[in-house]
Design a protein around this ligand. Structure first.
Ligand code: URA
Length: 259
């Protein structure tokens, strides 16, 4: 197959993935401002200082550092969630990813398998990533909290605090160009704000001093896939797709053109 045939095939597959996510014909969402001034951020819980980052690492070094971190997470007993977990769920994907998705906490499927976002919400996240023309192996997927809270309740501030060092270390190893926060806990804790996801989604933010070595990293808050599943309207999906397109634009990822 020639290069142009290959490109056409990829674009067609991406258009199908977009339709698959939106559940209808492809319509480009209205453009997102790039980057908009950060919404007023209100300081929330104090954080421990993240470890200073060393020099940028090679992909192999990042992979080894993430593997070592996964072992630390497996040995972690900083909060009570460790006692009840079947498996820790550190995160997975490309150690050198330009784009990291941060969710809330593992659910039952993730706890059973040790992999992030593998249940129904995970299937939807996979569709969202495919609509961007990417695969789960291109990006990195992780959560604020690495062990499942009982009954899938929202992690407490203490649990988020206990797990914060793991997330901060992950992000400092990967050094993504963009972070997408999925839902309120990830958005509010990474941005250290009390402003809710409904107001923040679709508006570019930047990491503040939550992880000083990564201050300034662009953050795009969007709805959590579990919320999208609970509110499965075209409007909700279009909003998420609009947020993802803003990320694609920032990363220079092509948008396939319909027709
Ligand atoms: N919801 C999350 O926030 N993370 C997962 O890994 C799965 C569901």
């Amino acid at each position: 197959m020639s290069d142009s045939e290959e490109m056409l095939k990829k674009a067609a597959a991406q258009l199908l993935a977009i339709e698959n996510f939106l559940g209808g014909a492809f319509l480009p969402a209205k453009a997102n401002p790039l980057p908009a001034p950060a919404a007023r951020q209100v300081a929330q819980t104090p954080r421990p200082q993240a470890a200073p980052t060393g020099p940028a690492m090679s992909r192999d070094e990042k992979s080894a550092a993430l593997e070592a971190l996964s072992q630390q997470i497996a040995a972690c007993r900083k909060c009570s969630l460790a006692a009840d977990r079947a498996n820790p769920v550190p995160g997975e994907g490309n150690p050198d990813a330009q784009l990291v998705f941060v969710g809330e906490a593992p659910g039952a499927d993730e706890d059973r398998t040790g992999h992030p976002f593998v249940g129904r919400a995970g299937d939807l996240l996979t569709k969202m990533i495919a609509a961007m023309g990417l695969t789960r192996q291109d990006v990195y997927i992780c959560n604020m909290v690495k062990c499942r809270p009982p009954e899938n309740r929202t992690p407490t501030p203490q649990e988020i605090q206990a797990c914060w060092g793991h997330l901060a270390a992950q992000l400092q190893i990967i050094r993504p160009r963009v972070i997408v926060t999925l839902g309120n806990p990830a958005t509010q804790n990474l941005l250290q704000t009390t402003v809710g996801i409904t107001r923040l989604r679709g508006q570019w933010q930047t990491l503040g001093d939550a992880i000083p070595a990564l201050a300034g990293t662009p953050v795009m808050p969007t709805f959590h896939p579990a919320y999208v599943l609970r509110n499965y309207s075209e409007d909700t999906r279009r909003k998420v797709w609009s947020d993802l397109q803003a990320v694609m634009d920032l990363l220079g990822l092509p948008r396939p053109v319909a027709g």
